[in-house]
Write a protein that binds this ligand. Structure first.
Ligand code: HEM
Length: 128
């Protein structure tokens, strides 16, 4: 099922939808973004982490901690991460309009987990 989440997922559409929604919520963060490549990497990280198995989990966690530091240095707050969940959900639907509710719930869990390992203490309980 994990691989099925990633297969056929339109990462370009998802990334575009994620940042459209994020910038709508927080116009002031737009200026923090350099190039479109770094935006795309956000989703790649989120999706790849779905496929990571326990043998390279430590490596992934180390990377995510550093990524969290980078976000904090840029001024990204827990509030942004919390609201980012809603953008993430919209992005998942954009990336795959046929996404089922079970996969959606699993991706929401993954988002929460990523944010937690990145060092943001803001789990969002959410119904999808
Ligand atoms: C699970 C949540 C998130 C993940 C996994 C994630 C991941 C990433 C990654 C991989 C990058 C590129 C880093 C690089 O270029 O080395 C990035 C950059 C960035 N992210 Fe996130 N991100 C998340 C949520 C957010 C949210 C909610 C915001 C703001 C509301 C945000 C703002 C930024 C900014 C400002 C950059 C810098 C872009 C640049 O340097 O051009 N991120 N993120």
């Amino acid at each position: 099922m994990d691989a099925a989440i990633v297969m056929g997922f339109d990462i370009e559409r998802a990334s575009a939808a994620f940042y459209d929604s994020l910038f709508e919520q927080f116009p002031q963060i737009r200026r923090l973004f350099g190039d479109l490549g770094s935006q795309r990497r956000m989703f790649e990280v989120a999706l790849k982490s779905v496929l990571y198995k326990s043998n390279n989990k430590a490596e992934l966690e180390r990377y995510l901690r550093l990524l969290g530091e980078k976000h904090k240095m840029l001024g990204i707050l827990p509030l942004h991460m919390e609201q980012g969940m809603y953008s993430f959900i919209q992005a998942l639907r954009a990336g795959n309009p046929d996404i089922d509710e079970e996969t959606m719930a699993r991706m929401v869990e993954i988002y929460n987990r990523l944010v937690e390992v990145m060092g943001y203490n803001c789990k969002v309980p959410i119904m999808v």
